[in-house]
Design a protein around this ligand. Structure first.
Ligand SMILES: C[S@@+](CC[C@H](N)C(=O)[O-])C[C@H]1O[C@@H](n2cnc3c(N)ncnc32)[C@H](O)[C@@H]1O
Length: 199
């Protein structure tokens, strides 16, 4: 166990819960049938939900501890899940392979985030969708979860620039109650996007 996330996920409980993120749940039916890639997926709550909807899901995270919990949740729910332990700095998203790519609260450094988002655009099949929810810099005033470093937070404008080539069907910065397990504990400032690759 060698990093912050392995330590956090070593708790017995699922620290962000086992229910899917509510934005992912609300948008899930807009993902075309087929393979879905969940990035920075942690303990697997979104991946398992999407597998239950019939998608062939691959979950990637740097935390082996988190993904072991994801695999266990999938097994308990009777669905298949492929897990890949990898730092996103080293993980290559296969171009043109995915009907959906999902990330919730994956707060990467801006250079890595830009690199991953360029791969997301290339990785989607035509008609495929990218779903993201993350904290914005305004979250620093709330103290209800997320990183304390402005660099790791993101704005809708930054995402629009990084995801050139996708069509934004849902693009929103808002305040909402984010209550997910132990570490997302209340009113928060988030950005949400559903962006589709043109057919
Ligand atoms: C706040 S948790 C969110 C987990 C999951 N997406 C969810 O919403 O339940 C952030 C996750 O990002 C992962 N992560 C952070 N930096 C990463 C990187 N460079 N490569 C892979 N995973 C990373 C962590 O291991 C952790 O699982």
């Amino acid at each position: 166990m060698n990093n912050f996330w392995d330590q956090r996920f070593s708790a017995v409980e699922y620290v962000y819960g086992t229910a899917p993120n509510s934005f992912v749940a609300a948008m899930a039916l807009r993902i075309p049938a087929g393979p879905v890639l969940c990035l920075a997926e942690g303990e697997g709550r979104n991946a398992v939900h999407l597998a239950q909807l019939g998608h062939a899901v691959t979950a990637v995270d740097q935390s082996a501890v988190g993904l072991a919990k994801a695999a266990r949740l999938a097994q308990e729910q009777g669905v298949a899940l492929t897990t890949v332990v990898a730092d996103l700095a080293d993980f290559a998203i296969t171009p043109g392979a995915w009907e959906g790519i999902i990330v919730t609260f994956g707060h990467l450094s801006p250079p890595l985030r830009r690199k991953v988002h360029a791969q997301v655009v290339a990785g989607l099949r035509p008609g495929g969708v990218f779903l993201l929810e993350a904290y914005t810099p305004a979250q620093l005033a709330f103290g209800t979860g997320g990183p304390k470093d402005r660099e790791l937070l993101m704005t809708l404008q930054e995402l629009r620039e990084e995801l050139t080539g996708l069509e934004f069907e849902h693009a929103l910065e808002c305040e909402r109650d984010v209550i997910e397990g132990t570490y997302h504990t209340g009113r928060g400032a988030v950005v949400q996007i559903l962006a589709r690759k043109p057919v």
